[in-house]
Design a protein around this ligand. Structure first.
Ligand code: PEP
Ligand code: MN
Length: 360
């Protein structure tokens, strides 16, 4: 709910609204500096009852521009008022709408700035010796993070479902041995504590983008979240999913375009490169592209990686393996380490050519 106060609202009226919303279990966010616009998360509030309170101009159930994650949403939704309303109180989390920076730090790296943030590794966590060899290859190719799934969302319950906790430990060891960050997917909230202890970035898979209890729980995690776009989600729905995480307390969300379902059957999904400029225009959150799931075919991964970088992606997520044909899952779309070396090299060339101020 977005609550827009009248420009003439008094401090007392604002305090009454804040108190009422807090008593209903809402967490409040002050969304702008000029005019008092409050966002609420949690709690059940009747918009019409809220609008009946003195000093309230409007209560909007659905914010077209989620205020924590979009540039336009952090601006006042109405023309700036001449009168400045009073300070609504310490219950409010202020949004730093002044900050123009894109992206944020993850370990020693910055995602969303000059560095091309490449995440690579197998679809699923493999045996320790295979993971070690893959990690060596991934680091040698110039990636900054090792990915591999321990909990796998598979279309069939009879397919390999991932090796769980034990796999997370294997992933962590392989990443540490080569100075890489570790990225892995969580499918439900019970997996967050162990994943947060063993990984640097927690992935939300495409099938879970709408899982709002999981998104809220990740808002309380102290790890960045890599949020994949749902198979049939609009960019707007995807940004709203990110809003759940950020509004719940975790500002570090990385958006990952991974292809959407269309009528096309020549590729597994249709990689929506439009999403890159759209997201960059609307949000300061970094965006990476996964050309592996986006195409479903290893022969197309390189071309779509380059296209993504040319279109302004902040990074890539690529499925790579020392022996793709023996991968535990998604082998068809997994590239060999030698191919990864070429993809990263050429991606850096594209990035340098198009953004000469960026060297990596
Ligand atoms: C994955 O990254 O291995 C994965 C399952 O991706 P997605 O959720 O995009 O299908
Ligand atoms: Mn996969």
């Amino acid at each position: 709910m977005i609550v827009l106060m009248e420009s003439t609202a008094t401090e007392g009226q604002i305090a009454d609204v804040v108190e009422w919303l807090t008593s209903l279990g809402c967490r409040l966010h002050r969304l702008d500096a000029e005019r008092v616009t409050l966002g609420t998360t949690g709690g059940i509030v009747d918009a019409r009852a809220l609008e009946a309170l003195a000093g309230v101009a409007a209560a909007l159930d659905d914010a077209a521009s989620p205020p924590h994650v979009t540039i336009e949403g952090t601006r006042s939704p109405a023309p700036a008022s001449s009168a400045t309303a009073g300070e609504p109180g310490s219950e409010l989390d202020e949004i730093d709408s002044e900050s123009p920076a894109r992206g944020f730090a993850v370990g020693d790296h910055w995602i969303g700035g000059g560095e091309l943030f490449v995440i690579a590794g197998p679809c699923s966590v493999e045996d320790p010796d295979v993971m070690e060899a893959i990690a060596a290859g991934v680091a040698g190719a110039g990636a900054v993070a090792l990915r591999a799934g321990a909990y796998k969302p598979r279309s069939s319950p009879y397919s390999f479902q991932g090796a769980g906790e034990e796999a997370l430990v294997i992933l962590r060891r392989a990443a540490d041995a080569h100075g890489l960050l570790a990225v892995s997917e969580v499918m439900d909230a019970t997996q967050i504590p162990i994943a947060a202890r063993t990984c640097d970035i927690l992935q939300v898979g495409a099938r879970n983008m709408y899982n709002t209890p999981l998104l809220r729980e990740l808002g309380r995690a102290r790890r960045p979240v890599l949020l994949k776009r749902g198979l049939a989600a609009t960019i707007d729905e995807w940004l709203h999913a990110a809003e759940y995480v950020v509004a719940s307390g975790n500002p570090r969300v990385i958006l990952c375009e991974r292809g959407i379902r269309t009528f096309e059957t020549a590729t597994r999904y249709t990689l929506d490169l439009n999403a890159i400029p759209v997201v960059r225009g609307r949000s300061r959150l970094p965006i990476v592209v996964d050309p592996s799931h986006g195409t479903g075919h290893r022969d197309y991964v390189g071309a779509m990686a380059l296209a993504s970088v040319a279109a302004g992606a902040d990074g890539l997520m690529v499925e790579a393996h020392v022996d793709p044909d023996r991968a535990l899952s998604d082998g068809r779309q997994t590239i060999a380490i030698e191919a990864l070396v070429g993809v990263i090299e050429r991606s850096l060339t594209v990035r340098r050519a198009l953004r000469p101020d960026r060297t990596r």
